[in-house]
Design a protein around this ligand. Structure first.
Ligand SMILES: *Cc1c(COP(=O)(O)O)cnc(C)c1O
Length: 392
């Protein structure tokens, strides 16, 4: 296509485009909350809890203040604390490890599968000790972790499974949606997530009524009824304004997911038609895993990643690196005693991955510009070698 038809740039995320399509539905529900002057929990939140639970196919939803709290509260409700160990991936947003740490328990990391970036289920059992209490698989970028072998090792050692589904609402594993794949699941409504609010918010889902009641109590300082405190929780309530907005957006979620998947397919065919698969690894969608593409993450040789990012930035193409430093190498976890080389697949991913623009409203012209710009950059290089993870 000619240069004159190129877009002026492509943002990594385009929330304004989405807002234009739903403004007329959003404004009246926001006004409804303003007129009610009921801002915290209440009927909007209980409505959203029921609707998200029904969407996932699970009995109970419990709203809370963020996805981070949606990880912390279940750990507390399972009485996990000092002396306990919780297994998770080192290649995730910080909150996954932070929640474990904040209970006083020890995060125990297990390396990832190089093709999906999710925890390697077959490496979990070697990390189980008599102190292990739970596993937190993360459905990274919108693709579910390989849950059957994870649930198998959990059942064998009587461990709880807490899904970190912050990036994966609507994703499915052999037909079952996230939120139903473990004992309890954590969702985030941070604006950049597939179901994003107008601020922070989170939700937990579970089939266990006793666990659901405990979660609902912990989010209000362990209080039930009013001013009777059974245990020390904290304040992690969900706002009615967020719930009202999210109830509108939930009705569009499946359509938006379909558009994300179409955009992912278009990226795939563009990379193939430009013959870039030698140098650029595109996301691998496992059979039986319904990927919802919160991110579309490519992988290039480490020496090219940052220069490619700069090349794209110069053309006003937004990209991001999720995540440049794996959790085991974060300064705050120095006491765990890890060093470079402990989790080589996570470390290679941290050096080689780049998230391209991905949102439901992404256009064909925008994607052609992104992939054309990547091709233009790579044309200036003789293909350097990727880590062996590239071939996996
Ligand atoms: C966003 C995210 C969280 C935390 O959610 P917040 O709502 O930002 O607190 C946790 N885990 C993962 C994998 C995430 O992407």
């Amino acid at each position: 296509m000619s240069a004159s038809h190129e877009p002026a740039g492509v943002p990594a995320l385009n929330l304004k485009a989405q807002y234009q399509t739903i403004r007329d539905e959003i404004e009246p529900v926001v006004m409804r909350v303003l007129e009610s002057q009921m801002f915290v929990l209440g009927s909007e939140v209980s409505g959203l809890e029921a609707e998200v639970a029904a969407y996932c196919g699970v009995e109970h939803g419990v709203g809370c203040a963020s996805g981070s709290d949606a990880l912390l509260l279940p750990l507390m409700a399972l009485d996990i604390g000092p002396g306990d160990e919780v297994i998770t991936t080192p290649y995730t947003f910080f909150a996954t490890g932070g929640a474990i740490w904040r209970t006083g328990a020890k995060p125990v990391f297990v390396d990832i599968e190089p093709d999906t970036f999710n925890i390697d289920p077959h490496a979990i059992e070697a990390a189980v000790t008599d102190r292990t209490r739970a596993i937190i698989p993360v459905h990274l970028y919108g693709q579910t972790a390989d849950m059957d072998p994870i649930r198998e090792v959990a059942a064998k050692h009587k461990l709880a499974v807490i899904e970190d589904a912050a990036q994966a609402i609507g994703a499915a594993y052999h037909g079952d949606r996230t939120g139903t794949l473990g004992d309890v699941a954590a969702f985030s409504f941070y604006p950049s997530k597939n179901l994003g609010g107008f601020g922070d918010g989170g939700m937990m889902t579970t089939a266990d009524p006793a666990l659901s009641r405990r979660l609902a109590r912990l989010r209000v300082h362990g209080m039930e009824p009013r001013y009777h405190h059974h245990e020390v929780g904290f304040n992690s309530r969900l706002d009615a304004l967020q719930a009202a907005v999210l109830r509108v957006k939930l009705r569009h979620l499946d359509a938006w997911t379909a558009l994300r998947r179409e955009a992912a397919d278009r990226y795939r065919s563009l990379f193939a038609s430009h013959g870039l698969e030698e140098t650029v690894a595109i996301p691998h969608e496992r059979p039986g895993h319904f990927h919802v593409y919160n991110q579309f993450v490519i992988r290039v040789p480490a020496v090219l990643r940052d220069p490619l990012r700069e090349h794209l930035a110069a053309r006003k193409i937004g990209t991001d690196v999720y995540y440049p430093i794996p959790l085991h190498l974060q300064v705050c976890f120095t006491a765990l005693g890890h060093r470079q080389g402990d989790f080589p697949h996570a470390e290679a991913a941290a050096r080689e991955t780049l998230a391209l623009p991905m949102y439901p409203e992404l256009t064909d012209a925008e994607q052609r510009f992104v992939v054309g710009s990547i091709r233009q950059f790579l044309a200036g290089y003789a293909s350097p070698s990727m880590s062996t993870d590239r071939a996996a």
